[in-house]
Design a protein around this ligand. Structure first.
Ligand SMILES: *Cc1c(COP(=O)(O)O)cnc(C)c1O
Length: 380
């Protein structure tokens, strides 16, 4: 089987170093050896989150951390302001409702960012709002919300600031302590470039004050248990973690540390710019406005006269490049190129070479090499 090039907003291509790490044998998860790996992984996570608070590892995909972020702060009927500007904002709203909370929705048209002033206005008019959830990088629309500026607003209110950085951490600027974020989380399979199956979450002192007053009705994701177990000797998780995936996440974080977080984020920004320029050079159009577009995933309008299955099917079957489609009402209307994790000019050059051949096969009159040329221009 030809190896697929994953140009998806998760899961992303995993390096050989990480693959080797996950192939090591399993150890007792309640041993000093594993305690050391757990501690190192948690410390490296906090470094990427840019927080002095502890990070906790959850065995599950990013959605496990989304659920933990809500379920632990919510008593029945508590109000949470959920910013909904795409699929993942909707998911946080649905989780709020699923755990008996009252979701106050702040809806933003898909493809746009939320304005910090709108959050301020809502908080001014409703003192009961206990927390605000924002998705940093709305993967479904390819838009990055202004989490720093929202943090400036949040500093004037008691409500907790909960930010989903699943598809941005390690690929865009996130500064948990600097932005005043109370609860922040990420998944292993996006910009961190580890296999899917692990999530990490970090909580501020204010966050813990709220959590300690909540009789949480989640059992597996009860963060108080994670806090207690991680403070033991040796440090542990409350239930058996995916030992091998922790090896993998730890190795992926070491790679980020060696590369340097800033260098890695800059690399993502170059890749995003290259992708946008290449798209335009092929006479395709971007879904969101460029000034709000994501550093980790680019959403592109589906060109007229071609279906999602023709375009993504051809590039997948003929050229072994996996692109993502649109979700919900954007299904068939957009396609998305993920440029997260281990993305260099190589992956983008192959992607645009394949996209050019795909478009040509589908009878588009494109300028041969125009997309690839833009990739070269941005990366030289
Ligand atoms: C991928 C993603 C998640 C989590 O999805 P899982 O499939 O559960 O890992 C959450 N939020 C955002 C913004 C994401 O991109």
């Amino acid at each position: 089987m030809d190896q697929m090039l994953l140009m998806l907003p998760g899961p992303t291509n995993v390096s050989n170093r990480v693959l080797q790490a996950i192939s090591k044998n399993v150890v007792n998860h309640r041993s000093a050896i594993f305690g050391k790996i757990l501690t190192e992984t948690s410390q490296l996570m906090s470094k990427v989150f840019k927080t002095n608070n502890k990070s906790y590892l959850l065995t599950g995909s990013g959605t496990a951390a989304m659920e933990a972020s809500i379920a632990n702060i919510l008593n029945p009927n508590d109000k949470i302001l959920n910013v909904v500007s795409g699929k993942f904002g909707e998911r946080l709203r649905d989780i709020t409702n699923a755990f008996g909370g009252k979701s106050v929705e702040l809806n933003v048209e898909w493809g746009n960012i939320v304005k910090p002033e709108s959050i301020k206005e809502t908080l001014e008019n409703d003192e009961d709002i206990k927390a605000v959830t924002v998705v940093h990088n709305e993967t479904s629309t390819g838009v990055a919300n202004p989490i720093k500026e929202i943090g400036d607003v949040m500093k004037n209110y008691d409500a907790l600031y909960v930010v989903d950085t699943v598809s941005s951490l390690g690929g865009d600027y996130v500064d948990v302590d600097g932005y005043g974020i109370d609860i922040c989380f990420a998944g292993s399979q996006k910009c961190l470039a580890a296999p899917p199956g692990m999530a990490a979450i970090t909580v501020s002192d204010d966050g813990w004050k709220v959590i300690d007053k909540v009789d949480s009705n989640t059992y597996y994701l009860n963060l108080k248990k994670y806090r207690d177990s991680s403070a033991g000797t040796p440090p542990e998780t409350p239930y058996t973690p995916s030992v091998t995936l922790v090896y993998g996440l730890c190795e992926a974080l070491k790679i980020i540390d060696e590369e340097g977080l800033d260098a890695r984020i800059k690399k993502h920004k170059i890749a995003a710019k290259a992708c946008r320029e290449a798209v335009k050079a092929l006479d395709l159009t971007l879904f969101p406005k460029e000034e709000v577009s994501s550093s980790t995933v680019t959403a592109i309008n589906m060109p007229d006269g071609v279906s999602d299955s023709e375009l993504r099917g051809t590039i997948r079957n003929e050229y072994k490049v996996e692109l993502a489609g649109g979700q919900d009402h954007l299904k068939g209307n957009i396609f998305r190129i993920g440029h997260m994790g281990n993305i260099t000019y190589k992956e983008l050059a192959i992607t645009f070479s394949a996209l050019e051949m795909t478009l040509k096969r589908l009878n588009f009159d494109i300028d041969w090499g125009a997309g690839v040329a833009e990739v070269n221009r941005e990366f030289i």
